[in-house]
Design a binder for this molecule. Structure first.
Ligand code: SF4
Length: 351
């Protein structure tokens, strides 16, 4: 008999087609979703969902607030809100959170789903249904090489590297726990690919006070995460860029962008960043303020500092030190180095 997940089951996987269809049949338009007291309640749930995603101590294990329909609607609205903000880091946080939330719902399904039913390969029928929609066949203890390679591409863990796997006749052996992890990754990638969605500007304007509040929460969280600015914990690439500016060297656009976005991401004020550029002999205050403003969000988009891979591509990664070998982002370098300098028990690393 064909299986259709219940609304409670769907509420744990709000990105599925059936979940979206459910919301579409209940609400004829975005305006009707946002309307009245009920709309206010849904916005409240959506903002909580995003705050949860931004929180350093994520609460994906807690009992979810709201009935299944509200949970589905809050997911839809969270996507709307995050799209209005259109900040890459916030979008990344939300998609990671949603993927993690779905992952936990899968591995703990017996605890919350009274309709839990195990299928042949050791997965529940709900999990099989989620995996199928995500394009992953979970009926065997192996996966086609092509699917596997695509799925593990963004994963850095050694145990997923092909050289560490058993491959037989074009299939890679995977156990159930690993399949859940790969599913989590697939969900994250697909959700990320679909964001931001196009939202009418009137809706973003209606949500503007809430958006400002969220940005404030995020900024505060970033500041808590990075704490007071510590120049000696800057990664070698950033130190080199500062040295280059101070000595009057002409740094490239990617160099200016990387330096500005890095300093902004660790919580440095616009004026402080501009002050740093003022160390350059050819300092142009107006041009600098414009460029810094643009990168730090005056045009509506805040940029995230490039990862090490991108820094290497633009020739900005200078000879890495030992810590560089263990991280993949200058911001992680800073977090780790600063924590080491302050010592255990002080400051927060956030993730
Ligand atoms: S490895 Fe990363 S943090 Fe280290 S110098 Fe290169 S870009 Fe900077």
């Amino acid at each position: 008999m064909e299986y259709t997940p219940s609304i409670k089951e769907l509420s744990n996987f709000p990105f599925l087609k059936n979940s979206k269809d459910y919301i579409r049949t209940r609400y004829s338009s975005l305006d009707s979703l946002l309307a009245g007291e009920h709309g206010e309640k849904l916005i409240h749930h959506a903002l909580n969902r995003i705050r949860d995603a931004l929180s350093a101590q994520r609460t994906t294990d807690k009992t979810e607030v709201g009935n299944p329909e509200e949970l589905l609607a809050s997911y839809a609205l969270a996507r709307v809100v995050i799209s209005c903000l259109n900040d890459k880091q916030l979008i990344d946080r939300l998609t990671r959170y949603e993927a993690e939330r779905a992952y936990r719902a899968m591995v703990n399904e017996e605890q919350w789903n009274e309709n839990f039913r195990l299928e042949d390969a050791g997965y529940s029928r709900l999990c099989v249904s989620v995996a199928t929609e995500m394009g992953i066949a979970v009926d065997q203890d192996s996966m086609s090489l092509v699917d596997y390679v695509e799925l593990v591409a963004p994963i850095r863990e050694d145990r997923f590297r092909l050289v560490n796997r058993v491959v037989t006749k074009g299939r890679v052996k995977v156990n159930n726990d690993e399949v859940y992890e790969l599913l989590r990754e697939r969900i994250r990638v697909l959700l990320r690919r679909d964001l931001p969605v196009k939202v009418p500007s009137s809706v973003c304007e209606q949500l503007a006070p809430r958006l400002a509040e969220l940005q404030k929460v995020y900024q505060e969280q970033m500041l808590r995460q990075f704490g007071a600015i510590e120049e000696s914990a800057f990664p070698p690439c950033i130190q080199a860029l500062i040295k280059a500016i101070t000595s009057g060297a002409n740094i490239t656009h990617p160099g200016r962008f990387s330096l500005t976005s890095f300093l902004h991401n660790i919580g440095m004020e616009k004026t402080q960043i501009s002050g740093l550029f003022a160390r350059a002999p050819d300092f142009d205050p107006e041009k600098t303020m414009y460029q810094v403003g643009h990168i730090t969000g005056s045009g509506g988009t805040e940029y995230t500092a490039p990862a090490c891979a991108a820094m290497r591509t633009t020739g900005l990664c200078i000879r890495p030190d030992l810590l560089c070998e263990k991280i993949n982002h200058p911001l992680n370098y800073y977090k780790v180095k600063k924590k080491k300098m302050v010592g255990p028990g002080h400051g927060e690393t956030g993730e």
